[in-house]
Design a protein around this ligand. Structure first.
Ligand code: SAH
Length: 354
């Protein structure tokens, strides 16, 4: 698979530092030309680590009994969200393990609508709300959209069905995940997806196919990061790694994604920042234009253990690193994905022609 002269698989598997430099420079040039130097901020609230899924890679999996579980009250989430807004950050992301009972969805819909109303009363445009709560029914996604959430992140984890099967229990199926992405788009969300990089059994060809998957799915937002083994999960025992340098490969994936999809938003994932001190700087240079500083209450941060030794950086240290890379942190704008609006425009034109 090729894109503008780049052979995706060859670039991803190459250990040539010259090629790496060329790719990074091309991505940076593209990003500055089309998107400028702004990096948008989403204050992240991980409000619950209770999860009914059993993903073989994730520390929150239901079978992991050695994890202390927590679940923030609605009032606590609302207070945190408003505190983030008062600190000048105009968008938040709510993330949690999966618990999509109707009762829980109703509770979160209440949180979202209250956050939207109260923040709006304080000053327009009010808080932008991104959700990352896993798989739900169409009706549940719609309920949360109607409550005021307008972006949703649901990683496909790997678009390679064999890899997907390898890292999930049999009852969690690829087709269902894909269907959820289609629901989200149909409802009108800005839709984000992504993959983990360096999974057991995952090849460079799988990653090249992931990039094509993102283009085909016409996604608005992208979040990719290295897979980090968690000792309390079954996947930690795997030995069949093909990709050796998950960090460098992640940076290359970001750079290629930026070149292939200039108008999407792309996050510099926490996992990327966690496995290498250069993660934030290189992630931004490779085209990342969103950061998600963690505002989960301090006492629960360690319990939101998707992977081990998850460290969080303060907004100030993120700001310094972004600036030292030559970019600007932008708190005041929602910073929505232009791809979303371009996509609406294109759909409107199509309808007009029909
Ligand atoms: N339950 C929600 C959100 C929580 S998990 C959902 O399913 O979307 C958020 C993301 O963390 C996952 O999509 C996965 O890509 C990533 N993640 C989980 N375990 C990880 C690990 N061991 N290493 C790196 N990333 C991981």
């Amino acid at each position: 698979m090729r894109f503008m002269g780049w052979d995706l698989e060859a670039v991803l598997s190459s250990a040539d530092p010259g090629l790496f430099g060329q790719l990074l420079a091309a991505a940076e040039k593209n990003r500055l030309a089309f998107r400028g130097d702004e990096v948008y901020v989403r204050g992240l609230i991980e409000y619950s680590n209770q999860c009914r899924r059993d993903c073989l890679y994730c520390g929150l999996r239901v079978s992991n009994r050695s994890l202390e579980r927590y679940h923030l009250q609605a009032e606590e989430i609302i207070e945190l969200g408003l505190a983030i807004y008062r600190a000048g950050i105009t968008s938040i992301a709510l993330q949690a393990g999966e618990n999509s009972s109707d009762r829980e969805v109703e509770r979160i819909a209440g949180v979202v609508s209250e956050l939207r109303e109260k923040s709006m009363q304080e000053r327009p445009p009010g808080l932008g709300v991104t959700l990352s709560l896993g798989e739900m029914t169409y009706r549940q996604y719609k309920r949360l959209y109607d409550a005021g959430a307008h972006r949703y992140l649901l990683r496909i984890e790997s678009s390679d069905v064999q890899v997907f099967k390898r890292i999930h229990p049999p009852r969690q199926v690829y087709e269902r995940r894909l269907e959820c992405l289609h629901y989200l788009k149909d409802i009108g969300y800005q839709v984000g997806t992504g993959v983990m990089i360096g999974l057991p059994g995952q090849s460079y060809a799988s990653l090249a196919a992931d990039l094509n998957f993102f283009v085909e799915q016409d996604i608005d937002m992208l979040g990719m990061g290295p897979y980090i083994p968690h000792h309390d999960t079954p996947l930690a025992k795997a030995r069949d790694y093909i990709i050796q340098d998950a960090f460098g490969t992640s940076i290359k994936m970001m750079a290629l994604a930026r070149l292939m999809m200039p108008d999407i938003n792309m996050v510099v994932s926490t996992a990327l920042q966690n496995i290498n001190p250069e993660g934030l700087r290189l992630g931004v240079k490779a085209g990342g234009n969103v950061v998600m500083p963690v505002f989960t209450p301090q006492e629960h941060q360690a319990e939101y253990a998707l992977y081990p030794n998850k460290e969080t950086k303060s907004l100030e240290s993120i700001r310094l690193e972004v600036e030292s890379a030559g970019y600007r942190l932008c708190l005041s704008k929602w910073g929505d994905s232009p791809h979303y609006f371009n996509r609406q425009l294109a759909a409107g034109k199509k309808e007009g022609l029909a």
